[in-house]
Design a protein around this ligand. Sequence first.
Ligand code: AHM
Ligand code: MG
Length: 336
Amino acid sequence: MTKRISLTQYLVEQQREHGHIPAQLRLLIEVVARACKRIAISVNKGALGEVLGSANSENVQGEVQKKLDIISNEVLIEANEWGGHLAAMASEEMDSIHVVPNRYPQGEFMLLFDPLDGSSNIDVNVSIGTIFSVLRKVNNQRGVSEEDFLQPGKQQAAAGYCIYGPQTTLVLTVGDGVAMFTLDREQGSWVLTEENVRVPEDTKEFAINMSNMRHWDDSVKRYIDDCLAGKDGPRGKDFNMRWVASMVADVHRILTRGGVFLYPWDKREPEKAGKLRLLYEANPMSFLIEQAGGMSTNGHQRIMDLQPVRLHERVSVILGSRNEVQRVTDLYAANK
Ligand code: AHM
Ligand code: MG
């Protein structure tokens, strides 16, 4: 029988052999993984758990919250606030940061998350997920403020997501490649099922919401037109298209077999930003994609170099197979 490596063993070995993971970070990742297990149970129950549907509330971005958005947010906060590994948390579903209450010790890390990404897919039984990002608190004073969270993505200490699909899979980077752990439901444990995940440099598959085509700018239009022209066009090959409308599912496919994902800025946006959130979605996914050998830009710049100015800031996202992302980014440069 092949030896099964648990998440705990993986983290202990990373800490021991490579020194990537200080003890607080190891605890943090284990706690997040445990919280994801609880979220997975709620997601699986669906209608039986009375967790489907809207919650009659809106988040800070004016989006209607689903019951499972709120449940997942609470699970993550409850699981993480008492362990002593965190100073504060920030979530797509909360207006402002959640500082660890005084009754608990304050840790050196800060956790950011989109508790349940792909909200439009919750009620229709399509894959959704939890995305998370970990930053170090850089100021040494006691207390933590929103500004402490405004760090470029390249400073992330760890990032990952858990996808609730046909399988429940936790995908993680601590800055030393990407590993995947599948939830063994009978044992209740995370088992290492993929290590050194690599995104192929080339692809014949793109992911974009085509219904927004009339709003795209010229660079994106040109790129997609060339793909659609197929093997008789300038690309000389036929392209396939996929769009799950859950970033976790689209990114998971790209980490598994390559591809390019675009949620670009479009002409409906008043400012030069896209739909996805820099701190909760774009940065953690960019960290994973880069660690797997892929590339991630906003069309002009590497996403992980961007200096955030606001907690809930949005950003244009183009990520995945290196040569495709480079191609889109070159088109932007040519259209300047
Ligand atoms: P959410 O965080 O409110 O769920 O929104 C983010 C999601 C992404 O998972 C996905 O890539 C995108 O929104 C889909 O948007 P659209 O419905 O415009 O295609
Ligand atoms: Mg989201």
